[in-house]
Ligand binder design. Structure first.
Ligand code: ADP
Ligand code: MG
Length: 377
């Protein structure tokens, strides 16, 4: 019935997205801390923010994304939607997954999970690696896979190795990954993994290294980007051909704008670097989405680090996070505007390329499904 049509609708929509490009945008709204009125409305793949306006009527702004997850969405549900993307790494694709949003909106919850981790509350990072282990195992008769990880932090435009065993103070250089066997930061420790417990151990080391570098005044984890990079090398047992895929799982620095008049010294410096790198990321993804010939990778360490995994055949998932409280509404709006800019979700947009007819056909089907849906309501 209704659900099925909706599901079909979504599949077609996503198919359409696949034809249009490799950038997807998901949105997740975390649960409220207390049950107070919320300015956030979710309906299917739409999210609406209600903002009190200066005039008598309140303002409303709606956005549509590939998926919108409400507060009741579980870690498993969120992950299951990303599975095909993650699996494509085993087929030699490069994938970037970003968690974007203001501090406290749930980025780390999505990527890692809460402080007390259980199998159920584990985030994307653990699930993704688990999935890779599992699928590589099922393909063992045809492929031999090697999976290894790096974990890095970018703080004030400096790259550091979170898996370094002798402290993380060394600043690392970014190089061209195509000339370094797929490694953009060849000097960062790279560790082979094959079991979940190995992954958990490494993540704990990474988190410990990260915590050491924060001071009480300065919660570094929300002021820096952290990147878990998974390298996959698969050898076809028949032909001997080797394919390489990689996946970057990035927990971005908080996107909130600091009050410039209040921020001084280190805080101002951090804020300036964060704004710069997040807008550089937005610029890169937006120009990829618009298929511009010039993509401005050089404007930040983050985009340099990910250069070979953003654009071309690479797939990108921008996962934006929203806090459901009224006092976050301003930041939520700016988060959604950022997301809207990097998304190519405008179904009405002109399609002129070799897939033109296919897109037209899909649009027709989509319109039919919508009509069916409307009749049911
Ligand atoms: P961020 O990394 O964006 O600063 P966190 O992931 O640390 O935010 O989330 C802030 C708080 O909200 C944490 O206590 C976290 O456990 C909780 N939280 C975030 N998202 C969810 C969720 N989907 N379900 C339950 N709790 C969540
Ligand atoms: Mg966090």
């Amino acid at each position: 019935g209704h659900r099925k049509v909706l599901e079909e609708n979504r599949k077609l929509y996503n198919l359409l997205q696949d034809l249009k490009g490799n950038i997807r945008v998901y949105c997740r709204v975390r649960p409220q801390k207390m049950s107070t009125p919320t300015p956030v409305l979710i309906e299917d793949d739409h999210i609406t923010i209600i903002t009190p306006s200066k005039h008598s009527k309140e303002g409303r702004k709606s956005f549509r994304f590939n998926r919108v997850f409400g507060p009741s969405a579980t870690q498993e549900e969120v992950f299951s939607d990303m599975q095909p993307l993650i699996r494509s790494v085993l087929d030699g694709y490069n994938v970037c997954i970003f968690a974007y949003g203001q501090t406290g909106s749930g980025k780390t919850h999505t990527m890692t999970g809460p402080k007390e981790l259980t199998e159920e509350t584990r985030g994307v990072n653990y699930r993704a690696l688990n999935d890779l282990f599992h699928i590589s195992e099922t393909r063992r008769d045809t492929f031999s896979y090697e999976i290894s990880v790096q974990m890095m932090e970018i703080y004030n435009e400096q790259v550091r190795d979170l898996l370094a065993t002798g402290g993380i103070n060394k600043k690392l250089e970014i190089r061209s990954s195509s000339q370094n066997g797929g490694l953009a930061v060849p000097d960062a420790n790279i560790v082979p993994v094959s079991t979940t417990s190995e992954v958990i151990e490494l993540m704990n080391l990474g988190h410990k290294n990260r915590a050491v570098s924060s001071t009480a005044m300065n919660d570094r984890s929300s002021r820096s980007h952290s990147c878990l990079t998974v390298h996959v090398q698969g050898r076809d047992l028949m032909s001997g051909a080797v394919l390489r895929g990689s996946m970057h799982l990035v927990d971005l620095a908080g996107s909130e704008r600091l009050d410039k008049t209040g921020a001084k010294g280190d805080c101002l410096k951090e804020a300036t670097y964060i704004n710069k790198s997040l807008s550089a990321l937005g610029d890169v993804i937006a120009s990829l989405a618009q298929k511009n010939s010039h993509v401005p990778y050089r404007n930040s360490k983050l985009t340099q680090l990910l250069q070979d995994s953003l654009g071309g055949q690479a797939k990108t998932l921008m996962f934006v996070h929203i806090s459901p409280e009224y006092d976050a509404a301003g930041e939520s709006l700016s988060t959604l505007k950022f997301a809207e800019r990097v998304a190519t979700v405008e179904l009405g947009a002109a399609q002129v390329n070799k897939d033109g007819t296919e897109v037209k056909e899909l649009k027709k089907q989509l319109a039919n499904l919508k009509a069916q849906l409307a009749m049911k309501e």
